[in-house]
Design a protein. Structure first.
Length: 133
């Protein structure tokens, strides 16, 4: 008889209830996340007891995923950077939102609206680590 032991299941995911500042410019991201990402309570239904931890994104994150540039919003205007972010592909035309972002950066409106972000070293953009035992 073989003894089977269960290990841990560890998932890095996104909480679709989160609304990072980028969704103010690209509300299509909310629709995309709500269609693709399970709500946090579903993980316990599927996996049993889980521990869910916020994963903060450092201000100088170099990885280039969707919310990596939360404190460097001008980088979202760089088409080369955007082409490596699958969410931009999935939402299709993000040009209107990016034009609003560009205008807000040029006028200083972005900095006024999100001034508190500029003082933070890390940001809760909605990423979560789900660990099931």
């Amino acid at each position: 008889m073989r003894r089977v032991t269960r290990g841990r299941i560890v998932l890095l995911t996104f909480d679709p209830a989160s609304r990072p500042w980028l969704t103010d410019y690209l509300p299509e991201l909310v629709t995309l996340d709500e269609k693709q990402m399970p709500v946090m309570s579903e993980y316990e239904q599927w996996l049993g007891a889980v521990h869910i931890t916020r994963v903060l994104v450092p201000h100088d994150c170099a990885d280039g995923f969707l919310h990596a540039y939360w404190r460097r919003p001008e980088l979202y205007l760089d088409g080369r950077r955007r082409c490596g972010i699958s969410s931009f592909w999935a939402v299709g035309n993000a040009e209107a939102g990016l034009r609003r972002l560009k205008m807000d950066l040029e006028t200083g409106e972005w900095e006024r609206r999100y001034a508190e972000l500029l003082t933070q070293d890390a940001y809760d953009a909605g990423y979560r680590l789900v660990v099931a035992h």
